[in-house]
Design a protein around this ligand. Structure first.
Ligand code: PLP
Length: 400
């Protein structure tokens, strides 16, 4: 009999991956499914990036690279970070892994163990708590309701901090809400952290180019330079450049942390794919025109989804400020009955109901730690979004 380690028994498969798999499976069974679960751009990787990756293959860049990534890539990352944060990061302060996901996992593996607490504002990206659990740490979930724009307040953050707090994880723009911390809101958070030197800040900036407000995302290290020595910035090329399958993410921060992560990576993965690293250099240093083009497309789709969902009886949908998700509330449908006489008690019940009756696949808010809500991805065409939202409206109208 297979004996599993405790660390694997503590975690579950990613709910977003599971929901996407379920939608795919139903479609394969012949059901007419509108899949609004997808967490990746529907655009193709730009041709220029693909071509540069092919050229790298032909030049023979097909071998192990340095553990933290090839120098031209770390240089391109440093140049970008200088623009977005104003901070100069040295080559020994940057590390590249197989996606932002692995950078975050490496970071927690290198720093979190039994007894360590990691503060995670909810709603959160589904992987944070499980990664902390896999490392033997304790996720401390801080609910951040819609009344505060799904953001932390001084009181909520202060109440969560203990002597065992190791990290606060921030994700702005947020998956799943699209909420973005303004400079003022970020200062609220950094002011609290300045009072608690044991708490480090992990900022997941993976959606920082997908912003609808016309303003740049503010980095905590720009708002509070006093936190530079205990902030780790996470980013990657997956979302901005439609490169999810290339698996390139990066982290930037204090040398001691990066060195520890590199030691771990040297024993675990050696390095990220050499070809993908060449592709990432091309993406970061090449023409950025399509980033702005795609942004306009996401923005229109997000507005379309928001306006349609607000027509559904029982749903309320706040405008998303960025990312490619919206996070409508479904409190108004709770307690209502489906045509089969079932009572909708939770967001998970509602999500199952719209999947079964209308074939719309979305993800229930319970996966993100804040109910009653659900997440819709707008990384799909306007026609599909409109079709999905119309089906949701019909499903809501059929409740009594
Ligand atoms: N962080 C957030 C908030 C995400 O939504 C994702 C992807 O879904 C990631 C990190 C990881 O992306 P990747 O591993 O493709 O770089």
């Amino acid at each position: 009999e297979l004996k599993l380690a405790d660390r694997i028994k503590r975690i579950k498969p990613s709910p977003s991956t599971a929901a996407a798999d379920r939608a795919r499976q139903l479609r394969e069974e012949g059901r007419d499914i509108v899949n609004l679960t997808v967490g990746e751009p529907d655009f193709d990787t730009p041709d220029s990036v693909k071509k540069d990756a092919c050229d790298a293959i032909m030049r023979g860049e097909t071998k192990y690279t340095a553990v933290p990534g090839i120098l031209p890539l770390r240089k391109a990352i440093a140049d970008r970070l200088k623009k977005t944060t104003g901070v100069d990061y040295g080559m020994n302060q940057i590390t590249v892994s197989n996606g932002g996901k692995q950078v975050i996992f490496n970071t927690l593996m290198a720093t979190v163990g039994k007894g360590d607490e990691v503060i995670i504002p909810a709603p959160f990206w589904v992987s944070y708590p499980d990664m902390v659990l896999a490392c033997g740490g304790t996720p401390v979930i801080v609910p951040c309701g819609e009344e505060t724009g799904f953001k932390l307040t001084t009181e909520a953050l202060e109440a969560a901090i203990t002597p065992n707090s190791r990290w606060l994880i921030l994700n702005s723009p947020s998956n799943p809400t699209g909420a973005i911390y303004s400079a003022k809101e970020m200062k609220v958070v950094t002011d609290v952290l300045m009072r608690h030197p044991q708490v480090w800040l992990l900022t997941d900036d993976i959606y920082d180019e997908i912003v609808f407000t016309g303003e740049k995302v503010v980095s905590p290290v720009a708002v509070e330079p006093g936190l530079i020595d205990r902030t780790f910035l996470i980013n990657g090329v997956s979302k901005t450049y439609a490169m999810t399958g290339w698996r390139i993410g990066y982290g930037a921060g204090p040398v001691a942390l990066v060195t520890a992560i590199n030691t771990l990576q040297s024993q675990m993965a050696s390095c990220a794919s050499s070809v993908s690293q060449a592709a990432a250099v091309s993406a970061l240093t090449g023409d950025q025109g399509f980033v702005a083009e795609w942004l306009e497309v996401y923005k229109k789709r997000s507005e379309l989804a928001t306006s349609l969902l607000n027509k559904a009886p029982g749903l309320t949908c706040r405008a998303s400020e960025g990312s490619f998700y919206v996070y409508p509330g479904c409190e108004g449908v709770l307690g209502k009955k489906t045509p089969d006489g079932k009572v909708i008690e939770t967001d998970a019940d509602f999500v199952l109901y719209i999947l079964e009756t209308e074939g719309v696949a979305v993800i229930a808010g319970n996966a993100y730690g804040l109910s009653p809500y659900f997440r819709i991805s707008v990384a799909t065409s306007e026609d599909i979004i409109a079709d999905g939202c119309k089906r949701i409206i019909r499903a809501c109208e059929a409740l009594s």
